[in-house]
Design a protein around this ligand. Structure first.
Ligand code: SAM
Length: 398
């Protein structure tokens, strides 16, 4: 029976991953200092996380909890590419709780049987990582390291992350990758990493319409997923004021037919570059951009828009969609892009991002959590589908 300590619990990504696999869980003890994260965690699970800072936990406190499994995503800011200051890694105050865990793990009377950790890519080259791995060895753990991304699991979203699995037992099929500097990019033993993953399209994850103008249609068309009441189509259209910024050229644009999207960060909806994809809206649900060439061809599609209520043609909008759908760094600059984006791109709704991240359908935010906070909490969270595959491997589940 698992008694899990969920350190840096955020909105509970590890909890959902653990609950989705076939193991008996007796209790989960989450810890996080963020009142907003804790409010969401409590709302969705009924469990109130402890707000005691992890760097203040004593050996006695952890021993008394009696947890035999730890799962954690320590703050990533000390290790991100943006943080190239001299205050990074061990010198960053945000690394203090992890350094504290490194210090007290060897002092525990009852060490957890298994530990799983997630962090950003870059952690693996840090001094913190070296200290963590040394502490694991000192305590008799076997460890394995991975860098995995959801696209490897059939989910059309990039989110490469570092994972470290540690166990007092041997891993299955691990060989040379155990207790070494080797970083695996797939999970060994296919029987454990389960079936073949078929890549899904973005449309599968949408709550809100992906067509250009729901007001022109009789009813906004929803797909299989129900819309959360406070998520309305108009609220997620990228405003003209944002499109008119020169940086809007850097929007990463996908359609409902795409099999990729960019990594969603905590700045999604506030900054444009590198924070996540926006959705290009089809003219209607049927006439998709799916048949457009994916290369850099010169094909230009003219779309005729009829004025509602009259037969007067409004204008021809040239759509170089095949080019816009490339990643920003790869596409050629087009002069008329602002016209073409206007009212044709929208942000992903939090329910759509949480679905891409593998959160269960009944995961919801309390209504008082602002949109900015929802994006921020999701951007800090993890992909439950990837976490689930690693947990299955760790617990030797077929
Ligand atoms: C990367 S996020 C974890 C995300 C989480 N796995 C999830 O699914 O949402 C890191 C979390 O660590 C929390 N945190 C930072 N310093 C902390 C400390 N000293 N004690 C406890 N929690 C802390 C932050 O509030 C944040 O929620």
């Amino acid at each position: 029976m698992l008694k899990a300590l969920e350190l840096f619990s955020g909105i509970g990504g590890w909890k959902y991953a653990l609950e989705s696999i076939n193991v008996s869980v007796e209790k989960i003890c989450p810890f996080d200092i963020s009142p907003v994260s804790n409010q969401v965690y409590q709302f969705s699970s009924g469990i109130t996380p402890s707000k005691v800072p992890i760097d203040k936990l004593k050996v006695k406190d952890i021993d008394e909890l009696g947890c035999n499994f730890w799962m954690m995503s320590p703050p990533c800011q000390p290790f991100t590419r943006n943080n190239q200051t001299c205050n990074r890694d061990t010198a960053d105050p945000r690394a203090a709780p992890l350094l504290h865990l490194i210090e007290i793990l060897p002092l525990l009377n009852k060490k957890p049987d298994n530990i799983i950790m997630e962090n950003v890519v870059g952690f693996e080259t840090s001094e913190c990582c070296q200290l963590w791995l040394s502490a694991l060895l000192q305590c008799g753990y076997h460890y394995m390291q991975f860098i995995l991304t959801p696209t490897q699991f059939g989910v059309p979203n990039d989110r490469p992350r570092y994972y470290c699995l540690a166990s007092l037992e041997h891993f299955v099929g691990s060989n040379s990758a155990t207790n070494s500097g080797e970083i695996l990019t797939s999970i060994p033993e296919n029987s454990f990493s389960a079936c073949e993953y078929e890549m899904k399209v973005i449309g599968y994850y949408l709550t809100l319409p992906s067509s250009i103008s729901p007001s022109d249609a009789e009813e906004p068309k929803m797909n299989a997923h129900s819309a959360v009441s406070e998520e309305t189509f108009d609220a997620f259209l990228v405003p003209e004021s944002v499109i008119n910024k020169s940086s809007a050229w850097c929007f990463d644009i996908v359609t409902r037919h795409s099999t990729r999207s960019a990594c969603f960060t905590k700045s999604y909806g506030r900054y444009i570059k590198g924070t996540g994809s926006v959705l290009f809206l089809d003219e209607n649900q049927e006439s998709a951009t799916q048949d457009l060439p994916s290369g850099t061809g010169e094909e230009v599609r003219s779309i005729e828009r009829e004025d509602a209520g009259s037969n007067k043609k409004r204008k021809h909008v040239p759509l170089h969609s095949s080019e816009f759908l490339q990643e920003p760094s790869e596409r050629k600059y087009a002069e008329d892009w602002q016209v073409q984006f206007n009212k044709r791109i929208r942000y992903f709704a939090p329910s759509e991002i949480s679905r891409l991240f593998g959160f269960p359908e009944d995961f919801q935010f309390p209504t008082e959590i602002s949109l900015k906070n929802r994006f921020s909490l999701l951007g800090n969270s993890l992909n439950v589908t990837v976490a689930q595959a690693l947990l299955k491997y760790l617990f030797k589940l077929a």
